[in-house]
Design a protein around this ligand. Structure first.
Ligand code: KIV
Length: 295
């Protein structure tokens, strides 16, 4: 499936670390993507991603839910573990699902499981100043935290849907305070989702940790996209800020249509896909008398 030579060179490259991500601010753009299993982990890693997020967006793009709210900690761990097996170089971050970090104790337990059972190397949680105590406790316990402000999909009930945030001067002031609060609490980077580019620029200047944008313009320290959106594998809706770099859904659909046609026509499997018995065994086989059951 993957070019073996490339895979080998990724295996040999030094793994990306949390300090490594932090050192990229102001030096070079940080490339991030979500992934959810072994094969997408390998593909993202081999492509050279710095950070792979096993996002709770898997609830929508992998499990088919309407939003991200119903994915469980156990389901997340199942996917984080598979992705970690595929990603050898990129920093794998596990996204803590809805209500799994609503108290400091719950955050510590979810974080412990993500690291110990899922083999994530960091966790992500949504929210600004209100989740600073959780970020502080996790960081002090040795679990690096990626924060997430702006459109935080776990709060869609409060926002009234998947709506852009920070569209006024006042709202931007609050976002800046949130980003500074998560930095002060120890977050090593912060996702800025669906906010105006002007707000993203001010936040990026106001904090010394990297900002990772999704729908925040070209001014953040890095970018992240959802794997299925980027590759044209999810059609329910495509936000304006997504660029589809491939149409793999279409390609997969037409490949499977051809497979069906070939099976129905009897042209698959062909000679190349067929196993044949060695000649000496075939001679033996032809001597065997088989009693056929009467119909
Ligand atoms: O769950 C997710 O995929 C995310 C990214 C969009 C940042 O949180």
């Amino acid at each position: 499936m993957t070019d073996t030579k490339k895979r080998t060179s990724v295996d040999k490259a030094a793994p990306v670390t949390v300090p490594g991500i932090q050192a990229m601010k102001g030096t070079r753009k940080i490339c991030c993507i979500t992934a959810y299993d072994y094969s997408s982990g390998i593909i993202a890693d081999t492509a050279g991603m710095d950070l792979i997020l096993v996002g709770d967006s898997l609830a929508m793009v992998v499990l088919g839910h309407e939003d991200t709210l119903s994915v469980t900690v156990d389901e997340m761990i199942h996917h984080i573990r598979a992705t970690s097996r595929g990603a050898k170089r990129a920093l794998v971050v596990g996204d803590m699902p809805f209500m799994s970090y609503c108290t400091v104790d719950r955050a510590l337990e979810t974080g412990r499981r993500f690291i110990a059972e899922g083999h994530a190397r960091a966790v992500k949680l949504e929210g600004g100043a209100p989740v600073a105590p959780q970020i502080k406790a996790l960081t002090e316990a040795g679990i690096p935290v990626m924060a997430h402000v702006g459109l935080t999909p776990q709060h869609i009930a409060k926002f009234g849907g998947f709506k852009a945030q920070g569209k006024s001067a006042e709202a931007t002031k609050t976002l800046i305070k949130d980003a500074q609060a998560v930095e002060a609490a120890g977050a090593f980077c912060v996702v800025l989702e669906a906010i105006p580019v002007e707000a993203a620029e001010l936040i990026t200047e106001a904090v010394s940790i990297p900002t990772i944008g999704i729908g925040a313009g070209n001014v953040t320290d890095g970018q992240i996209l959802v794997y299925h959106d980027t590759l044209g594998l999810f059609d329910r809706f495509t936000p304006k800020f997504v660029r589809r770099f491939a149409e793999l859904g279409e390609a997969a659909g037409s490949a499977l249509t051809r497979y069906c046609e070939d099976v129905r026509r009897g042209t698959f499997p062909g000679d190349k896909n067929t196993l044949y018995m060695p000649d000496d065994q075939l001679t033996q086989l032809r001597k065997i008398k088989i009693k056929h059951k009467k119909k």
